[in-house]
Design a protein around this ligand. Structure first.
Ligand code: NAD
Length: 296
């Protein structure tokens, strides 16, 4: 069992650290917010007075922070205090360029590094069923795997530095765009006098099939577990979807790649969030689209 430091004990990091404790690891935790520290302490995480204290003596350091700038600054700090040769794993969802910079800083400090963003949300974090998308060397991946297995059920090595973040945002760009396409189809079907169930029965077994339709249907009825059946309570909040869509657009701009559907979907989620729906499930964008004026 490993000596693990965990920085960022929020909605995701808190239950992830708790699962490491459950698996028998010794976990030293730190967060900037008192309430997060208290909740984590109740699950067996040993709360330290600073990030430096938490990482001193750690074989593995996990960060689970809001955005790239937090990761860059937290890593700059922790790299001066963690033992040489430690493995530093960032599980936050951040921009690919920051992820690569973090790897470079880690390597310069003599550490093993891995970017390992997750999918599965707070439910997956609590249940230990997250998917980890990992970028880094084989050595870093092999060393991280047993700890990641305590927090997730699929651990995928996507490639070198930044490949985990690339996989995460490419996947979520597909999700964001297919959800909007699916919502548009249901809104159009309503106006054409086609029932939602009939559209579902056809599209779910035809070429219109996607996860947005069959697992997360944006209208109530066809998929009873989808957020549409509980007033679009998340699930996956629109503000988080917008964050990931924006990351995909930053990566596209940085790589010089045209992603016109991704760009349009990003704009629609931005409007949805600006209209006060950031806390709604992202599939609630269907109600927004129903009210939108036809284009052209
Ligand atoms: P959160 O805001 O609940 O938690 C982030 C925590 O980091 C906060 O408690 C904050 O106080 C702490 N923090 C910030 N700077 C710190 C520092 N320097 N040292 C220690 N702690 C610090 O956010 P979350 O929902 O847990 O998400 C974390 C990451 O996971 C984000 O990058 C998010 O995009 C990603 N993610 C979230 C979900 C989700 O459903 N919530 C799903 C997949 C991925």
């Amino acid at each position: 069992m490993a000596n693990i430091a965990f920085l960022g004990l929020g909605n995701m990091g808190g239950p992830m650290a708790a699962n490491l404790v459950k698996a028998g690891h010794w976990v030293a935790g730190y967060d900037l917010v008192e309430a997060q520290k208290q909740t984590a302490a109740e699950t067996g995480v040993s709360i330290m007075g600073s990030a430096h204290e938490a990482v001193a003596g750690a074989e593995i350091v996990v960060t689970m922070l809001p955005a790239g700038r937090h990761v860059i600054s937290a890593w700059a700090d922790l790299l001066t205090a963690a033992p040489k040769g430690a493995l530093i794993v960032d599980c936050s969802t951040i921009d690919v360029d920051s992820a690569k910079r973090a790897h470079e800083a880690g390597a310069a400090a003599g550490m093993l590094t891995l970017d390992a963003p997750v999918s599965g949300g707070v439910g997956g974090a609590s249940g230990g069923t997250l998917t980890f998308m990992c970028g880094g060397s084989n050595e870093a991946f092999d060393k991280a795997k047993p700890a990641l297995e305590a927090m997730g059920k699929r651990i995928v090595h996507c490639g070198g530095a930044g490949a985990g973040q690339a996989a995460k945002i490419c996947n979520n760009m597909v999700l964001g765009a297919t959800m909007i396409a699916t919502c548009e189809a249901f809104a159009l079907a309503e106006k054409l006098g086609l029932s939602a169930q009939a559209l579902f029965d056809v599209a779910s077994t035809s070429s219109g099939q996607s996860w947005s339709l069959t697992s997360y249907c944006p209208v109530p009825g066809p998929v009873p577990a989808s957020p549409a059946n509980r007033g679009y309570k998340p699930g996956f909040a629109a503000s988080l979807m917008l964050k990931d869509m924006r990351l995909s657009q930053e990566a596209a701009a940085s790589a010089g790649v045209a992603t016109p559907l991704g760009a349009e979907a990003t704009q629609l989620y931005a409007l949805f969030v600006a209209a006060g729906h950031g806390g709604d499930d992202f599939s609630g964008v269907i109600n927004f689209l129903r009210g939108a004026q036809p284009f052209g």
